[in-house]
Write a protein that binds this ligand. Structure first.
Ligand code: ARG
Length: 744
């Protein structure tokens, strides 16, 4: 995880991106309005063909709040869905939603047995699996299958949230004087004295608000995982690409107290019995079959102006790509040199590599698809619409001009913010060091610093527990150079003009940045537990001021403060423009039922199994098969090796009940609309059966967080038959298969 300076209100950049990322904000429609819309929909269907298109063109696009299943139900049924809205979301009896979970705050998953058995992605379980591994007992490398229920391993820190209910609270929030306070109060009350965890999610930039109430389970155990080379087959080379052959799943179990409610870890806890678990169908899917995904998408920005998008793809994202590339190279060198470091960094590395390729893909995709031009065309139509009416003119005529000005003028300040967040705070000592910043004022004013000292002291062991000072030093040196080279003269860190730094002389094989990093690492308490501890026992201004690591932190804070006001004003203006723009877009198409941008709240999306082709490539098949794994196999290669046991099973075609004929299906694609956070979501057929586990998107749809193009946007899922084959034939974990309800 990246460490960010929260107290400074330096916003978390969208750097951890991808299907494993975390979210932001949202927006749908008030009840009243929805009823109106439904009537409109009817009317329009009767009136003109063109309008029918605008209502049903959402065949695959859209991340819908499950409480609105009734609104989209007609369209879903046309595509072959047999489920009724109340089978999907219902709070009076069990429904599909009871089997859908959020894993941590970054992934999705599904309950597949009445004993709380949970499927999610391998890349979602990655961190837990790595933490449970040692170089000697390496579950990441070898895979793991708990032989009996007693052998299931506690995944400390991992939580699973299950939605109890959601509710439109737009009216109460919008009418309140202090909306944030109102939201907190609504959520607080819904928690029923700690029974639940609740939050109010705002959608459409604050036009609508929804209360979400969860049970959060804290005793989660690892049940099984394939070896990394299978669960991440194709590695970073194949990541974000179709065709795919990755068995991206892992298995956990949710444990509850005796009352079936969330409880702290205890050996006495029992497997959670949920109101619904997904049956599994091994019949196989055909092209055109209905599919639904159900999960917790993190963040999309579908309603942005072309100017905002241009700033992202021309400036912000290329900066992320550059900095992440550098960070990955430094990490890789450390990881390759030592197995322990390798394990310690594996999870962060995977997640940064995923983000790096994501941003690269969006930048490339923007160039290739020309979707920004499409957005610009839509903006022209928007302007025309505004000009047709005096009231609209008054309200919206400056909107896009202001957006253009805002984004053109903020490119540089955003760059500084990005470098501070993604480069300056990349070394892990900075996260710990940032806490020391709080001591500056009390120490210089000779005020009481006791509570801050206590806080830092309490966190210190945690920071130093797995701290790798040598690697951190290398990261520091490389980030210093990047900051120095890339930021304008007037926006440099002040340490670069300090006496200490200026004294250093460039030497072959030992740059000034390396020398400076070395100096900080040798002298600063931020690199050394004893020194930190000694300081914290007797904090003095003199020691604080003369610590070179602290000086670095202060210089980053200083640079941030220089741009602070401008960034704050940018956010303020941006928020209000964006709110207005979404409002206007919805007014322009009153016949459309809009879905809110993803914000980590529960959503479903529906579509169909289907292949796609581009100008240069044609993917005739919507699925991949095991022959292609054998063709891709590269013995000894970390990304494309195939474990001997798997190789032999595939060659012998020993597929059990999981294949018809001689072919084992591996992955499949469908038009479902998903994004980061959806990882691990079930792919569900028209009857509510689990048929796959969603884990990625395709390269041609990298821009889909900004613009969904039905021609190219595909969800990649691992076929459930490959998953069960791995559990049963490869893992020998027959006891897990016996827990499932299998339809064939
Ligand atoms: N691209 C996938 C996502 O964003 C993650 C796939 C993980 N695999 C990998 N090779 N990094 O969720």
């Amino acid at each position: 995880m990246l460490k960010f300076a929260k107290n400074l209100e330096i916003s978390k950049p969208q750097v951890e991106k991808g299907l494993t990322s975390t979210p932001k904000k949202i927006k749908p429609l008030q009840n009243k309005k929805i009823k109106m819309l439904k009537i409109n929909i009817l009317k329009i269907v009767l009136v003109s063909l063109f309008s029918i298109r605008s209502v049903i063109s959402f065949a695959d696009e859209g991340m819908w709040l499950p409480i609105y299943a009734d609104v989209i139900s007609g369209n879903m049924q046309k595509l072959g869905c047999k489920l009724k809205p109340e089978d999907i979301y219902n709070i009076n009896h069990s429904s599909l939603k009871d089997a859908i979970v959020q894993v941590g705050d970054f992934c999705s998953g599904e309950i597949v047995s009445d004993k709380g058995l949970l499927f999610t992605n391998h890349h979602c379980g990655f961190d837990a699996i790595a933490s449970l591994s040692t170089p000697e007992k390496n579950h990441l490398v070898d895979g793991f299958w708990a032989t009996t229920i007693k052998d299931e391993l506690r995944a400390e820190g991992l939580t699973v949230s299950i939605l109890v209910y959601m509710k439109d609270v737009s009216k109460e929030v919008n009418e309140a004087e202090d909306q944030e306070l109102q939201k907190a109060m609504i959520a607080g009350e819904a928690e029923e004295e700690g029974k639940y965890t609740a939050g109010v999610f705002s959608m459409f930039e604050g036009a609508e608000h929804y209360l979400m109430v969860y049970r959060v389970f804290r005793d989660i155990r690892l049940v099984g995982t394939p070896p990394e080379v299978v669960g991440k087959f194709g590695g970073d080379t194949d990541n974000w690409m179709w065709p795919r052959h990755t068995c991206d799943f892992s298995v956990f179990r949710i444990y509850a107290g005796k009352d079936n409610e969330p409880a702290d870890y205890s050996a006495e806890n029992i497997p959670y019995k949920s109101a619904h678990s997904l049956p599994v169908s091994i019949k196989g899917m055909k092209e055109g079959d209905f599919t639904m995904t159900f999960g917790f998408p993190g963040q999309t920005e579908r309603y942005l102006s072309s100017y905002a998008i241009e700033q992202n793809v021309n400036s912000n994202y290329p900066a992320y790509v550059k900095i992440l590339e550098e960070r990955l190279a430094v990490m890789k060198a450390q990881m390759d040199a030592d197995p322990k470091t390798n394990l310690a960094m594996a999870s962060d590395y995977a997640s940064l590599a995923n983000s790096w390729k994501y941003f690269k893909g969006v930048v490339e995709g923007a160039g290739e698809t020309g979707f920004i031009q499409t957005k610009k065309q839509q903006e022209k139509e928007f302007i025309k619409w505004v000009e047709q009416d005096e009231a609209r003119k008054k309200e919206y005529s400056n909107l896009l001009n202001e957006s253009e000005a805002l984004y053109t003028n903020s490119t540089e300040i955003k760059k500084i913010e990005n470098y501070i967040n993604v480069a300056a705070f990349a070394p892990s000592f900075t996260g710990f060091g940032f806490k020391f910043y709080g001591l500056k004022e009390p120490l210089s004013k000779k005020e009481d610093a006791k509570s801050i000292v206590e806080q830092i002291t309490a966190e210190m062991p945690h920071h130093f527990k797995d701290y790798l000072p040598e690697s951190d030093k290398k990261m520091f040196a490389s980030m210093l150079k990047l900051m120095h080279d890339d930021l304008p003269e007037t926006q440099q860190l002040s340490i670069f003009s300090s006496k200490t730094f200026l004294k250093l002389k460039e030497k072959p094989g030992n740059s000034v940045y390396e020398q400076y990093a070395n100096l900080v690492a040798t002298k600063s308490m931020l690199f050394n537990e004893q020194k930190s501890s000694a300081f914290l026992k007797k904090p003095s201004l003199k020691k604080f001021d003369s610590d070179e690591g602290v000086r670095y932190i202060l210089s980053v804070v200083e640079l941030y403060q220089k741009s602070n006001m401008e960034l704050y004003l940018f956010e303020l203006q941006n928020e209000s423009l964006q709110k207005n723009y979404i409002k206007a877009q919805r007014e322009m198409h009153p016949d459309k039922f809009y879905y809110p941008d993803a914000n980590s709240s529960m959503r479903l999306s529906y579509g169909q199994v289907k292949p796609y082709s581009t100008r240069n490539k044609e993917f005739k098949n919507y699925y991949t098969n095991h022959y292609q794994i054998l063709a891709k196999e590269k013995p000894g290669d970390p990304e494309f090796d195939v474990p001997k046991k798997l190789h032999d099973l595939l060659v012998a075609k020993d597929f059990g009940q999981y294949a018809k004929n001689d072919t084992l299906n591996i992955c499949l694609i469908s038009g479902n609309d998903i994004t980061g956070g959806n990882s691990g979501s079930p792919l569900i057929d028209g009857e509510g059966n689990l048929v796959g586990i969603a884990f990625d998107g395709n390269w041609e749809s990298m821009i889909s967080d900004l613009y969904y193009d039905p021609a190219y946007a595909r969800t990649i899922s691992v076929d459930i038959r490959y998953v069960l084959f791995m559990i049963d034939k490869f893992g020998g974990a027959k006891r897990l298969i016996d827990e499932l309800v299998i339809k064939n």
